[in-house]
Design a binder for this molecule. Structure first.
Ligand code: SF4
Ligand code: SF4
Length: 317
């Protein structure tokens, strides 16, 4: 694989899901929080947190540690974990439904300072009072460290579109940035009526258009080498693809996790998350040889999948 010239270097980063619980129930939630019967792990236990922090200490250089998943700020040790991550020399990023109180947000700002790279505050209209949310966003804009990027994000639906436009105008008047996320149903990004597409196209969350209709299979990707996702149960995945047999990388609690030594071919057709795109993980415009694809499939199925099957058998899914 020869890298194309002028591609920005990947930003080493990981997503840490401290919990798979959320205090909201959005009907379009891709984590199915609206389904109260769905089996969940809950908050990451102390041994998982300790093992992840141990790994973070060993990572070379400074990585961006993004808390996301369900609502990370409800984990009882969230603040303490942020502090420890920064002490390891890494930075923090956060996607939140913005339910934390103002004092809690102030505490986060004080604790992280400029190490808080960005906060994406997701607006879920059915779950919050819109006026209160906007006032809190304006408050946070005036409270955050100047180095912290702050954006309000919202998933667009045909039903909430008009209301979101009004929110965007009010936020703009207060110099708060707003970005739109395209609704995903299964692995598919929705296509909206023309007037909505026109209105949101310049405010889409970065990277959306790169993958919206793109077929990723065979493209070399640095996820697994410079990016990974830690789940509350300690399982580690290369990225967000829904095929765990190709995506599983080990469990932090069993020391079975090892980063790849370079980019690997993507083994799924649809790349559905913009996070790896925005960290420059994907080698767009390049393709892997049939041999490289075969070797990577064997690597996943022979060395990593058996660990996952063992775990599922002994712990349950
Ligand atoms: S806030 Fe996010 S994680 Fe929680 S229910 Fe809504 S979409 Fe799902
Ligand atoms: S291209 Fe997307 S789906 Fe494929 S490995 Fe990379 S991040 Fe994962």
């Amino acid at each position: 694989m020869t890298p194309l010239p002028n591609r920005p270097a990947p930003r080493p980063s990981l997503e840490w899901h401290l919990t798979d619980l959320c205090n909201y129930r959005c009907p379009y939630c891709c984590e199915s929080q609206q389904d109260r019967g769905k089996r969940r792990h809950g908050h990451a236990e102390n041994d998982t947190v300790a093992a992840t922090l141990k790994l973070l200490k060993k990572l070379p250089g400074s990585w961006q540690v993004k808390f996301s998943g369900a609502e990370e700020t409800i984990h009882p040790r969230f603040m303490q974990v942020c502090e420890r991550v920064i002490a390891c020399g890494h930075t923090i990023a956060l996607t939140t439904n913005f339910s934390p109180s103002r004092p809690k947000l102030e505490k986060l700002v004080r604790l992280c300072g400029p190490a808080l790279e960005f906060i994406n505050a997701s607006l879920h209209l059915g779950q919050v009072d819109m006026d209160k949310f906007i006032k809190k966003a304006v408050f946070f804009q005036g409270t955050k460290d100047p180095e912290t990027d702050f954006t309000v994000c919202a998933v667009v639906t045909k039903e909430n579109f008009t209301q979101l436009m009004a929110v965007r105008n009010r936020l703009r008047q207060n110099e708060v940035a707003m970005a739109f996320q395209v609704l995903k149903i299964g692995n598919e990004f929705t296509r909206y009526p023309e007037h909505i597409e026109r209105e949101i196209k310049d405010s889409l969350v970065g990277g959306t258009e790169s993958i919206r209709t793109w077929k990723s299979y065979g493209t070399p990707c640095h996820t697994g080498q410079l990016f990974f996702v830690v789940k509350p149960n300690g399982r580690i995945f290369r990225c967000f693809s829904k095929k765990p047999w190709y995506n599983y990388m080990g469990n932090i609690r069993q020391d079975s996790f090892k980063l790849y030594d370079g980019p690997r071919p993507c083994l799924v057709d649809e790349c559905t998350c913009v996070v790896p795109v925005n960290r420059n993980m994907i080698c767009f415009g390049e393709s892997s040889s049939a041999l490289a694809i075969m070797k990577h499939k064997a690597e996943c199925l022979l060395t990593r999948l058996p660990n996952l099957l063992r775990e599922v058998r002994y712990r349950g899914s």
